[in-house]
Structure formats: C-alpha cells, structure tokens
Design a protein around this ligand. Structure first.
Ligand code: CMC
Length: 431
C-alpha cells in the first residue's frame, strides 16, 4: 500500500473536503478521491484517463520524462541485453528473477502446455482464409474458455495459475496457426526441444515437406521483440483486461478482450500501420509531403510509430528496437533496404521539426519493429498478433495481481451526462 502523510483540500460550494495524498515508490503523488462522491456529491471528469491512476500495481514502472521502463524494478535495457523472454515472463508473473531450478521448472511447465486441444484445429476451419490473423486470434483465444473448462474458476488460485501458464504457452501456437491458416499451409505442431522464440519461428515458417532450421540470431531478435513488448503498465489493452476481469469474467475471455483492444491503430495496430505508411511514402523525397500532412489540423493523417501518451522524451524500447533492426538487416544481408532508409530519414526530419519537438513526439516501439518482422518474412498482418502474444504475459500478470488485490471492485466509471433532460413520450402521430 502506498504511503499517506499529506492531504489535499478541495473547496467548493461551501464544502471543504480533505483528500489523502498517496506517495508511490516512484512517479508522481496521487490524490485519493475514492470518498469524493460520498462526501462531496461530485465526480471527476477525465476522458482518456490522462490524470487518473486506476489501480495500485507492483509490476511495471514508466517514467515518461526520463524515458525509463522498469519491469519489477529492472531496466528494460538490462533485460533486453542480458535476459530472455521466458525469464522475463517469470519475473512479471511472480515478482522476482528465478533461480536456476525455478527457471527449469517454469520452462518445463510452459513447454508442456504449448499444444492446443486437437479440436481447436477444426474450430480454426470456421474462419475465412482471408480473415485478418487478429480477428482469428480474438475468436480463438475467447473460445479457449470452451476448451479448457478446468481453468476458468477464478476463485481457485491453482486454476488461475494453470490458465496463466496455458496462455503464455499457447498464444504463440495460436498466432502461428492463424498465420498458417491465412496462407493455406498446414499447421505446424510445437517443438518442445526449441526455445520459446525459436519454436514460434518454427511453427510459422516450417513446412512438413522439408527441414527448417531456425537461425539463432533471428530467434534472439524475436525473443528481444517479445521482451520489449511484454508489459507496459496500465495501457489501453491492459486496462481492458483489468476492466473485463473486474466483473469476474474468466481469464481467457479477459485476454481476448485485451487482444481486441490492442488491434486498434492507435495501440498495437500501429506496427502494421507504420509499415504500410513507410511503403506508401516509398522514397525519401516524398517525406516532406507526409510531414506536412501530419502537421495539418484538417488532415486526419498521423505519422504512425510516432508519439506516446506517456513517453515525452523517448521510448526506451524504440532505442533497443532500432539496434535490433540494424543487426537483423545486416545478418540477412538486406543492405540499403528502402523502407529502412525512409524510416531513418523520416526519424531525422521529424526529430528536427519544431512541430514534433514542441509536441514531444518521438519514435515509439512500433517504428522499427515492423521493419525487423518484415525482414524475417512476416506479412504486415502478423505484426499485431506478435505484439499480442508478447503482451499476453503482461496482461495475465496484471489480471492475477488484480484478482489477488483485496481492494478489487468491479470497474464502473461514471459520466458527465449532456443529453436530453427528462421528457415525455410522444405518440408517433404527434412527432
Ligand atoms: N503525428 C502527428 N501528430 C501527432 C501524432 C502523430 N503520430 N501523435 C500526436 N500528435 C499530435 C496531436 O495531433 C495533438 O496535437 P494538438 O495538441 O495540436 O491537438 C498532440 O500531438 C497530442 O496528441 P494526442 O493525440 O492528444 O496524444 P495522446 O497521448 O492522446 O496519443 C498516441 C498518443 C500514441 C495515440 C498518438 O501519439 C498517436 O496516435 N500516435 C500514432 C499511433 C502510434 O504510433 N501508436 C503506437 C503507440 S506505442 C505502442 C502502443 O502503445 O501500443
């Protein structure tokens, strides 16, 4: 529980209300307004939750001004350089880095859950082949509660744990199946002798008729993409998972809700939108035209991969991602990739432009991830599913934290009603 030592006084309409000020471990102080309605008969108004803390959390911390991102206190740059995705999963889920024995046990628990129920293969066949893999994922993950009844009782800690492991283990399998289905290739079963990232690449790119060897450097880059996306405190999709979970919905339904929210172009869908934008720009000489459009108030166009609600300096994930992009393209011998040239030049111009400087718009994580994924052979439609499978551990950790929190209540925002006042019904003949 955060410390309370000071109070803020709110004076209005001859009322004076004392509100406790909570001091977190890091980040700005928080005014606790939970008693405001009961004592003052008023609500607060904060569309987009720009000034509202919705919960206490011990999982992830972001300092947007410093460009700092910590998972359980560990800087993302350190984890990206020294850790690996499954270790990060353990850290996010349980709060500490694992010992060797804990890691072996966790890895084997995840590995033993990578296959999906065989009947799910038939379930997939109900989707159109040209469905976006995110559409398939929302449906299939939501349907997991129909396949895994034995882990939907949220009052049972053991079932919660099994559901968490199942989702971390099966999301890559489901994402790879959605991909294979969309390109008309047979599903590839998981291989438990491969690490998490290599197994995902294998399920995506192997075919039954020949051997497929995963390049270790590409597996490492994929693992890093997963680490960088693993959690990001109370963003839109995580808040969606928490809100869905606050009603007591089962964890598979909650994660499906998170996937649906992530799909939007202002959130996880930005990686696909960014690459499509780079393609549309096409050549360096067309950049000024797009910069002009991004600044035009009457044009809805935005530079995808730029800006962030919280980071107002730089996105530390983008820095690591940029290094990875250089490494992967170098490894694959993709020199002078035109998209990378456009991206680099766009970044240079935008960072010098007063509009972007004033509004503190910097490249975000999605700016470079698409370039890496495309070089690996993924179509743009797979970018957001890869974000979703990476974020699953964050969603499930936040969901578990919420269920364990004795202060948990159903999420129920209020509103500022500006519609018609009460009026009498008029018969259709008199309208
Ligand atoms: N291009 C041009 N102008 C922009 C951009 C952009 N990408 N982003 C923000 N602005 C302007 C915006 O028009 C507004 O101007 P004004 O003050 O004159 O009205 C100002 O900057 C503040 O923008 P905002 O929309 O109020 O800021 P927000 O915190 O609500 O939105 C954002 C954050 C990420 C949704 C937004 O920056 C955006 O749409 N970026 C493009 C999409 C994108 O890359 N999203 C990925 C985010 S990182 C990964 C993730 O979270 O999933």
């Amino acid at each position: 529980m955060a410390e309370t030592r000071r109070t803020a006084t709110l004076n209005f309409d001859n009322k004076s209300i004392e509100l406790p000020i909570l001091s977190p471990v890091a980040g700005p102080d928080v005014i606790d307004i939970r008693k405001l309605y009961a004592q003052g008969d008023v609500f607060t108004y904060d569309p987009g939750f720009t000034s509202t803390a919705s919960c206490e959390s011990t999982i992830t911390f972001i300092d947007g001004d410093k460009g700092e991102l910590l998972y359980r206190g560990y800087p993302i740059e350190d984890l990206a350089a020294k850790s690996h995705f499954l270790e990060v999963c353990y850290l996010l889920l349980y709060g500490e880095l694992p010992t060797q024995a804990q890691m072996v046990d966790f890895e084997s628990r995840v590995t033993n859950h990578t296959m999906v129920h065989e009947q799910m293969h038939y379930f997939f066949r109900g989707f159109r082949r040209d469905a976006h893999p995110m559409a398939t994922m929302v449906g299939v993950v939501g349907a997991m509660s129909a396949f895994y009844h034995d882990s939907t009782d949220i009052s049972d800690p053991w079932q919660r744990e099994v559901a968490a492991i199942r989702m971390i283990a099966k999301l890559p399998t489901i994402a790879a199946m959605a991909f294979k289905y969309s390109i008309g290739q047979p599903f590839v079963y998981p291989r438990n002798n491969l690490d998490y990232a290599s197994n995902f690449l294998h399920m995506c790119f192997a075919v039954p008729c020949e051997d497929y060897i995963v390049q270790p450097a590409l597996a490492k880059a994929m693992d890093r993409i997963m680490m960088l996306h693993a959690d990001h405190e109370q963003n839109a999709s995580t808040s969606t998972v928490r809100l869905a979970g606050s009603s007591g919905a089962n964890p598979f339904a909650c994660i499906a809700a998170g996937i649906a929210c992530l799909w939007g172009p202002a959130h996880g869908g930005a990686n696909q939108a960014c690459l499509e934008m780079l393609r549309e720009i096409g050549t360096v000489d067309r950049i000024p035209e797009f910069i002009r459009r991004a600044k035009d108030k009457d044009d809805p166009f935005r530079l995808m991969g730029f800006g962030h609600r919280v980071y107002k300096n730089f996105d530390p994930r983008a820095k690591v991602m940029k290094e990875s992009a250089d490494e992967v393209l170098g490894l694959l011998g993709v020199h002078n990739n035109p998209l990378l040239q456009v991206a680099k030049e766009l970044e240079r111009i935008a960072l010098e432009d007063p509009y972007f400087i004033e509004k503190k718009l910097y490249p975000n994580v999605d700016f470079y991830s698409g370039i890496i994924l495309e070089a690996m052979g993924f179509p743009t439609s797979m970018f957001t599913p890869i974000f979703a499978l990476s974020r699953t551990v964050g969603w499930i950790s936040q969901w578990k934290e919420m269920i364990d929190d004795p202060a948990m209540k159903i999420g129920r925002p209020r509103q500022l009603y500006v519609g018609e006042a009460r009026r009498a019904y008029r018969d259709v003949r008199h309208r």
